[in-house]
Design a protein around this ligand. Structure first.
Ligand SMILES: Nc1ncnc2c1ncn2[C@@H]1O[C@H](COP(=O)(O)OP(=O)(O)OP(=O)(O)O)[C@@H](O)[C@H]1O
Ligand SMILES: [Mg+2]
Length: 473
């Protein structure tokens, strides 16, 4: 009994000390000091993983290690970790900051990673530090482990990036600025010929599985698409839908910000594999008299000659009108698939009415069909705008569309040359099957061999005054 009484004060004291340690940061400080001392007592070796290689191309290992480190739970314990919101409002991301160290344990060995930035505006370097005793045992398996975890994370990755070239390089990310790519368009939301949509989807899916095929032929594993048609017919939305289907980052090249051919090469070298390279309004750029990038610079870029690092790439060019463009740009092999985006026909219109207004049938449909058959048309963008502003009243929306179509004054006689020309010009080269369909094939041949990548063929010649439509509506 006396013994028990004697033991009570030390037990109580120990309890109070432990409670004090757990409630304050003293325990944490002591543990840190212990790790620090333990660290000092061993010989260490450091390895550097630079962000860019000697050609200023992105070092893929750097990206993979960053992906891995940003997924480590220990990052949350590290001081001054950056917190960011993601694309969804309740997503929070944890990201390592410059000079911040994160610890990791692999096969019982403790290693640390620090992001350094040797020059103020220069690229970053990830520094791995591990004990010399552990080096032989863990270095290679550890790096393999990082690659495999990073691979899994990217496969699950839902967030895509949109990269845009900028005039002045920051050094850190080279010439590309990237932002999360959240464009909501998908193949489901795009109103277009179902057959055409499915053919492009199948073409993209086949491309993804064709690595061996391209390698056997000694070809760069890339596929090029030309999306052409009037403004507001869904070309940019289609690009977003393609990126979403492929799960590729998008590199949107603004050629006006490219200073010369070698600058264009450098930009391409700084893109990664599994990406989509997009050049919008190429026809307009090629038409410019004073431009900094030469025709041969553009052609080399399209051929993928300068793509040393970027395998598995899809290139997309958009144009309003391809008739004025040099045939060298459009030749098979340089552009594999041409997809035409026409103004709306009646069947697409009904799909838009269903999507925007929830209307499958309406008493005004026969009148609208007649107007469409008369040759008048609007682009999906124009029809979409009218429907959005009148979405509370489908009848008013449809009446406004009728008024707008009548206001365009487009008649059958004004559309003939465009129709016939575009019909002849459809070219689909099917690299994966080894076939090239030339311009001379008849339309029936195209339908038979690959299917017709065409949604219809009407055109609007004059801009719509939406203000007038709304007033009348
Ligand atoms: N086929 C379509 N289906 C559904 N929505 C469409 C379609 N085409 C256009 N839109 C709508 O119209 C708007 C403009 O479309 P988009 O920017 O894709 O056209 P574009 O062809 O790229 O035009 P531009 O040549 O001027 O760049 C978007 O908000 C899009 O949602
Ligand atoms: Mg566009």
């Amino acid at each position: 009994m006396v013994n028990m009484i004697l033991l009570l004060p030390p037990i109580l004291g120990l309890f109070l000390i432990l409670r004090f340690l757990s409630k304050t940061s003293l325990l944490h400080i002591l543990l840190n000091q212990f790790h620090y001392l333990e660290d000092k007592l061993h010989l260490h070796q450091s390895y550097r993983v630079p962000q860019l290689n000697h050609l200023s191309q992105e070092n893929e290992l750097y990206r993979k290690v960053s992906t891995y480190l940003n997924s480590l739970p220990s990052l949350e314990d590290s001081d001054f970790t950056n917190l960011f919101t993601g694309s969804k409002s309740n997503d929070i991301f944890v990201r390592l900051d410059i000079n911040q160290t994160v610890w990791d344990v692999f096969l019982g060995a403790r290693v640390s990673w620090t992001i350094e930035k040797p020059e103020k505006n220069g690229p970053r370097v990830l520094v791995l530090r591990l004990r010399k005793n552990d080096k032989r045992r863990i270095l290679r398996p550890y790096l393999q482990h990082i690659l495999s975890v990073a691979g899994d994370i990217s496969q699950r990755k839902k967030e895509l990036n949109l990269c845009m070239n900028v005039d002045t390089p920051s050094g850190e990310n080279g010439r590309w600025r990237s932002v999360p790519f959240n464009h909501p368009a998908s193949f489901d939301t795009l109103v277009m010929d179902v057959d055409l949509k499915n053919k492009v989807k199948a073409d993209l899916e086949t491309f993804l599985k064709s690595k061996q095929f391209y390698h056997r032929l000694g070809r760069v594993w890339q596929r090029s698409y030309l999306l052409y048609g009037p403004s507001g017919t869904g070309k940019s939305s289609f690009v977003a839908a393609m990126a979403r289907l492929l799960n590729f980052d998008v590199y949107d090249i603004d050629l006006a910000k490219v200073s010369d051919d070698s600058d264009l090469k450098m930009l391409l070298l700084q893109t990664t594999s599994k990406s989509m390279i997009v050049v919008e309004d190429l026809d307009r750029f090629l038409m410019e008299k004073c431009r900094d990038v030469s025709m041969s610079g553009i052609l080399n870029f399209m051929d993928g000659i300068i793509s040393c690092c970027g395998e598995e790439r899809v290139m997309v060019f958009t144009m309003n009108n391809k008739d004025q463009v040099d045939q060298a740009v459009l030749r098979p092999g340089r552009i594999d698939v041409h997809v035409q985006f026409p103004s709306c026909d009646f069947s697409s219109f009904k799909n838009l009415a269903n999507n925007y207004l929830g209307v499958k049938e309406h008493k005004l449909f026969p009148q609208l069909e007649e107007i469409f058959q008369g040759g008048a048309s609007l682009t999906p963008a124009e029809i979409g705008e009218i429907m959005i502003s009148n979405r509370s009243s489908p009848t008013r929306a449809l009446k406004s569309v009728i008024t707008a179509m009548q206001a365009t004054g487009c008649t059958k006689s004004r559309r003939s040359s465009y129709d016939d020309e575009s019909f002849r010009n459809i070219e689909v080269t099917s690299g994966d099957q080894g076939g090239v369909f030339s311009r001379d094939h008849s339309v029936r041949d195209f339908r038979k061999l690959y299917g017709l990548l065409k949604m219809g063929s009407r055109r609007k010649d004059e801009p719509l005054d939406l203000g007038a439509v709304e007033r009348e509506g």
